[in-house]
Design a protein around this ligand. Structure first.
Ligand code: PLP
Length: 476
């Protein structure tokens, strides 16, 4: 689906009345779910005693109870009560070969048997994994591994500042670049600023400038305004648009970011935590044909094994990183378990297998199929403005609450109240899908696919959606 159609259809949803599953029906669904998921309910009660809010993973914020999982295989996942789900969470993005991919697991087990988890000294897998990334990603010559995407985001901007000698970073509102102080700014809803900010001093945002998605004029204005101040060190952006395309990029946006960075001597940072090795072997930069100066990689390069982030780029820029080095232009780079042998072994073989099995194209073909089929299904209900769009294996399904359509500028409170009403209707739909055995990504409306989603997954997913749509009263 083209950019303009996506934007228009999101706007249509937020300007139409909310289409929701009536409360008595959703109450029955919740009752049935609590019956089916008795042990998950018990685990949740137990977890609440020792874990704040009863859960650690914000991907699993499922209402009314988060599921506790038992096992996973290929494109399916089973909860502790033995209920089976077609999984579209894919651990939040990293799984593309399918769950428990035996060839990969064998390599990691062999590494542990031979080497143990970590020695603190160099292991060959670090070099192999870095070589593999550099082989595929067009802008990459060197790679520095870290423990998470959040850490990689933090290092990337430190490198950009050390390299350019400038301080300010432009962050596109509605993007998520991890949970460090400087980046928890309008992460979900553009314009909401520091709504996540308890515990974060206002000063932490002193050098982060928020820019609305696709604001071409604002982009140039910010560079002009900061020309004589500290200057802009970098723009950080997801090449799809924020949260892997929830706020889709205008087709000219990435090229414009590249151009303006070149004009003003700033660096372009692509956060490819989701898009790297999912959109293409060369990531979003290959798929959109726009090369960043710095690339951030995350969980997909370990295919779900803990724990990985990486910052990558040209030899010249990456030479700024230095373990412990603080003299001159060096950026202190640390992390006891960074580049640990388990992560880098998993990384090296994941990339090899993703290439060997054609995982990206297979997951992407299924992404196209499920998106088309969902749109055919939605078209049978003319009274519902629902629609789906995909960027290869990243699928967005919009029902009641298309977050990308909420660009909050003024009157934040009333817009957030409307967003909350809509989010409840969307959550009910996802709850009903879960009850039908389809697991989407937490509260959001995203689905990730892997190369092992098949005809059976498609059939089960479409049946579930058909049943859920039938719960929403027909109007007109
Ligand atoms: C684009 C993007 N950047 C950074 C992160 C943070 O990565 P991590 O959760 O490994 O810290 C995420 C997490 O989903 C992400 O989607």
């Amino acid at each position: 689906m083209e950019y303009q159609e996506i934007i228009d259809r999101k706007k249509k949803i937020v300007t139409s009345a909310i289409k929701a599953i009536p409360d008595p029906i959703i109450a029955d669904v919740k009752k049935r779910y609590a019956q089916k998921c008795k042990r998950s309910v018990q685990y949740f009660e137990r977890a609440k005693q020792v874990i704040p809010a009863g859960l650690e993973h914000n991907l699993g914020l499922l209402h009314p109870y988060p599921l506790t999982m038992k096992t996973a295989s290929k494109a399916s996942i089973w909860d502790i009560d033995e209920n089976e789900y077609v999984d579209y969470m894919m651990a939040g993005g990293p799984i593309i070969l399918g769950h428990k991919f035996p060839q990969l697991d064998e390599k990691v087990i062999a590494l542990i048997e031979n080497y143990g988890p970590s020695t603190g000294l160099t292991c060959e897998s670090e070099i192999l994994c870095a070589e593999e990334i550099a082989k595929h990603m067009p802008s990459v010559e060197m790679v520095r591994f870290l423990a998470s995407g959040t850490e990689a985001d933090m290092l990337a901007v430190r490198v950009a500042r050390a390299y350019t000698g400038k301080k300010k970073i432009i962050k596109i509102a509605g993007s998520y670049h991890g949970w460090s102080d400087q980046f928890l700014l309008s992460s979900d809803y553009p314009g909401t600023g520091n709504a996540h900010a308890s515990g974060i001093p206002q000063d932490s945002y002193a050098h982060t400038i928020e820019l609305m998605p696709n604001d071409f004029e604002g982009l140039y204005r910010l560079f002009e305004e900061n020309r004589d101040k500290d200057g802009i060190a970098a723009i950080i952006a997801e090449p799809t648009g924020g949260h892997a395309g929830t706020f889709p990029n205008h087709p000219d946006w990435n090229k414009t970011l590249r151009k303006v960075c070149d004009e003003f001597g700033a660096l372009l940072i692509f956060d490819e935590v989701i898009t790297g090795f999912r959109l293409a072997l060369g990531g979003g930069q290959e798929y959109y044909n726009v090369l960043p100066d710095i690339t951030i990689l995350g969980k997909i390069i370990t295919h779900g094994y803990p724990s990985c982030g990486a910052v990558a780029g040209s030899r010249e820029i990456m030479s700024v990183c230095h373990p412990g080095g603080t003299h001159g232009k060096k950026a202190f780079t640390g992390g006891t378990l960074s580049a640990n042998p388990i992560s880098t072994t998993a990384g090296y073989y994941s990339i090899k297998y993703i290439e060997e099995y054609g995982a990206i194209d297979k997951a992407s073909d299924y992404g196209d199929r499920i998106t088309n089929k969902l749109n055919e299904l939605f078209a049978t209900r003319k009274d519902l403005p629902f629609f789906a769009y995909n960027i290869r294996s990243i699928i967005h399904v919009e029902t009641a609450c298309p977050s990308g359509a909420f660009l909050v500028s003024k009157d934040i409170d009333s817009q957030l109240a409307e967003q909350k009403r809509r989010a409840k209707a969307a959550e009910d739909i996802y709850m009903a899908l879960l009850d039908q055995g389809v697991l989407m990504l937490g509260d959001c409306k995203r689905m990730y696919t892997c190369m092992q989603h098949d005809d059976a997954s498609l059939k089960k997913t479409l049946n579930a959606w058909e049943n859920v749509l039938s719960m929403i009263p027909v109007e007109g």
